[in-house]
Design a protein around this ligand. Structure first.
Ligand code: IFM
Length: 764
């Protein structure tokens, strides 16, 4: 932004429909899902898209505000520690002649709420608030700054259309007593702490009001409350602006209040236009680095924009003490807990478009290693067994029980049996290092994660009479089958984890011997143990049937009841509800990509025609009972060249959060599915894979996609890749960094800055 924009301009959403998501009117049944979808976030602060006009006595309904890492046990509702919402700092009440303005459905019929994906802002406009003798036209904007993540901004502009009346605007915080314990409430600052986790939160705020360009001082002040009274007249333009600065401290007995005030002061110094400009340019940089352009399929383009918007909103490269929960900062579902979703479905996006964010997410796993070690030790194993559900410290957060659809208590075994999480984290560590060449990370953190997770597997797998090692009593990604033996996904990922750890041990010894001596000494790792790891990896059973090339999902799977899922097409509930838990467990019905996920992550483990053989076997048996599932299937279908099926899975994934039919969005968006859309597109449809000396693509564009273009970062280089289906060429451009290799399948080329390259994508 070169010229400072006027507030009028900023309150105007972009007119390009490809960059916005809009909703008109008010439908109480859809409100919760809209709030999730229209959430704004910067990875530190997340605010649900509660609309600016409600039917209640308040003008602004409470907008749940989440602060990354603010975990606590919240009251009596449930004892699982979860994210506790902070106070809603956006509250505004409008009083006409002393009475709160009540809105009725008809009053907000012209109301339009718009999520501006390009600028990362939520806008509303067109509300005609009609009190008995007053007509107002309102426009609003809210954002949480991507430039300074502590800062939020709210703007409201009112145009008085009719009526001369005494009015009051009251700005306050809602929920100051909710969830957190109040340390102090000053006029402009609140400080709270959590009940059990020793965290502190401070929120400092300053609103102001201008009438026809002149500052109107508050007529009354209270604790985090400001009000302005005046006589409103037709033609008046009233502008309200509010800044908030939020600071979390994880150090017990500290007061983050002064820091929040400092942050607020800096924001006030910049002013709303300065805050907006910095935020907008931070978003422009993210879109430059991570945007994906599809020509020829507007719906797919919209789905990608929406996905990339939320992915960019979810991460904070500046905070290594937090990771991204299953719903990011957009809702209460899963209590803000972190699952394998982050490493397997989100990290590919961050590694290739935002390495600093990827690094911070992996450092969170490094900082939570002590809890992972403690969990392994508690269960009688060695090394690091990460929490299936992780929060602030990395301690296991998976609830032990839940109520099933029939109100029966179900014992949840994932916290002890869904062990593949340790290999998933090791996988992401390796992918990050391989893609970025960040040796500092490897030496300071990554190697230790790889070694400790490998040590876990080597202690977890048991040699048996058949001369093979087995891993019994686990749950794979397909959570319908519990307490199973030798899950192919788990075992092959575990074997891969051990082998990569051995590679790293060898690399450290050769290239960084002093570092190896220190690390091996600290971990008490000797040659005999490395030898035992090698033997476990070499003898670990993997379920591969040499005659067919099929991996058996787990021991005994092929003997289970084979149910034709096509007969259940059109069902509205998950398959385990249709069949009941017991029958599902005795069947081959799969909840989500399991062997297919293995194929997506480690295609090199599938030789010859095994990729197609396994996909054809497992795809019809998958009921997609998890939002993670369709994208992984789409990725594999695309790589296998089944572009139509890939596109069907693309749209199915996009519908999870964008279609109005999915009530499950009420509790937050499904960030893994959104990461999956990017993976499906870049790793599947473009067929991007990383080599030791560069990047390879193998494109399979859907018929309507004339072209596909995106950027990736690889070992300090920035690369733009455009694939033109009509001309059957790929045009890679090296925008920054040293020469590298670029291949379309087996056609290899050196890529240099400033030297254009066109490579045929035609299949022979
Ligand atoms: O991690 C997933 C799991 O694979 C299926 N149930 C939901 C979790 C959170 O998204």
């Amino acid at each position: 932004m070169t010229e400072p924009e006027t507030m009028q301009q900023i309150l105007q959403p972009t007119s390009d429909p490809a960059w916005v998501l809009s909703v008109d009117g008010y439908d109480p049944l859809r409100e919760s899902s809209i709030e999730s979808r229209f959430a704004i976030s910067n990875g530190f602060l997340g605010i649900r898209g509660a609309r600016a006009a409600s039917r209640g006595a308040r003008w602004v309904v409470p907008a749940r505000t989440y602060v990354a890492g603010l975990f606590d046990v919240s009251g009596t509702e449930h004892q699982t520690p979860g994210l506790v919402p902070a106070a809603d700092w956006l509250r505004v009440r409008f009083l006409v002649a002393g009475e709160p303005l009540l809105l009725h459905p008809g009053d907000v019929s012209s109301h339009r709420m718009t999520l501006d994906l390009r600028r990362g802002a939520l806008l509303s406009q067109g509300s005609r608030l009609k009190a008995p003798a007053l007509g107002l036209h309102a426009r609003t904007l809210r954002l949480v700054s991507l430039s300074d993540r502590a800062v939020g901004l709210q703007l409201i502009q009112l145009e008085v259309e009719s009526g001369t009346l005494d009015v009051t605007i009251e700005a306050s915080f809602e929920g100051v007593e909710l969830g957190l314990i109040n340390d102090r409430l000053d006029q402009d600052l609140g400080v709270w702490h959590t009940t059990q986790t020793g965290k502190h939160l401070a929120m400092a705020s300053e609103p102001s009001l201008q009438i026809d360009g002149r500052v109107h001082p508050p007529t009354a002040l209270g604790q985090l409350t400001w009000s302005w009274s005046w006589t409103c007249r037709p033609g008046q333009i009233v502008r309200f602006q509010r800044f908030v600065a939020v600071v979390r401290s994880d150090i017990p007995n500290t007061d983050p209040g002064p820091k929040a005030r400092d942050k607020l002061r800096s924001a006030l110094h910049l002013g709303w236009s300065g805050v907006f400009a910095a935020h907008e340019s931070a978003w422009a940089k993210r879109w430059h680095d991570s945007g994906v352009e599809v020509d020829g399929d507007a719906e797919a383009q919209r789905a990608l924009r929406f996905a990339i918007y939320h992915l960019n909103s979810a991460a904070d490269p500046g905070d290594e003490s937090v990771s991204i929960g299953a719903c990011a900062l957009t809702g209460d579902d899963y209590h803000g807990h972190v699952f394998w979703d982050t490493e397997i479905f989100l990290l590919p996006f961050y590694i290739l478009t935002w390495p600093a964010a990827a690094r911070a997410l992996l450092m969170y796993r490094f900082h939570t290693l002590p809890e992972a070690r403690a969990k392994a030790a508690r269960m009688g194993w060695r090394g690091a067994f990460y929490a299936w559900e992780s929060a602030a410290t990395g301690a296991e957060m998976t609830p032990e029980e839940a109520l099933g659809p029939d109100r029966q208590v179900i014992h949840i075994l994932c916290g002890t049996q869904e062990q593949h999480i340790s290999a998933d984290i090791a996988y992401a560590v390796w992918q990050y290092w391989h893609a970025t060449g960040d040796d500092g990370f490897l030496l300071g953190a990554g190697a230790e994660i790889l070694l400790e997770t490998a040590r876990f597997w080597a202690s977890r797998a048991t040699p048996e009479a058949d001369g093979r090692c087995h891993i019994r009593g686990v749950i794979g990604p397909d959570e319908y089958h519990e307490h199973i033996d030798d899950n192919a996904y788990t075992n092959v990922m575990a074997r891969w984890n051990i082998r990569r750890a051995l590679d790293i041990a060898a690399a450290l010894r050769e290239r960084w011997p002093a570092c190896w001596t220190t690390l091996a000494g600290r971990l008490r790792l000797d040659e005999a143990e490395l030898k035992q790891w090698r033997s476990v990896a070499d003898t670990l059973i993997d379920g591969l049937q040499p005659t067919t090339g099929l991996f058996e999902q787990f021991g005994g799977y092929f003997g289970l009841e084979d149910i034709d899922l096509a007969k259940y097409a059109g069902r509205t509930v998950p398959m385990d509800v249709v069949l009941g838990r017991e029958r599902t467990q005795q069947s081959q019905v799969v909840k989500q990509a399991d062997v297919v996920a293995l194929l997506g992550l480690l295609p090199e483990e599938f030789k010859g025609d095994a990729p197609a053989v396994n996909f054809r076997y497992y795809e019809p048996r998958c009921s997609h009972g998890s939002s993670l599932s369709p994208a992984m299937h789409g990725l594999v279908a695309a790589r296998l060249g089944d572009t139509e099926m890939a596109l069907r899975f693309f749209h199915r994934t996009a519908d999870i959060d964008l279609a109005d039919t999915r009530v499950a969005t009420d509790g937050g968006i499904h960030i893994a599915a959104l990461g999956g859309i990017w993976m499906l597109t870049v790793l599947g449809i473009a067929g991007l894979s990383l080599r030791d000396d560069g990047i390879d693509i193998d494109p399979h564009l859907p018929a309507d996609w004339h072209s596909l273009a995106f950027r990736v970062q690889w070992r300090g280089r920035c690369l733009k890749i455009s694939i033109d289906q009509d001309r059957q060429i790929a045009e890679p451009t090296l925008e920054a960094g040293e020469p590298m290799m670029f291949s379309v399948r087996s056609s290899r080329h050196e890529l240099r800055q400033g030297a254009g390259l066109q490579v045929s994508t035609a299949h022979p």
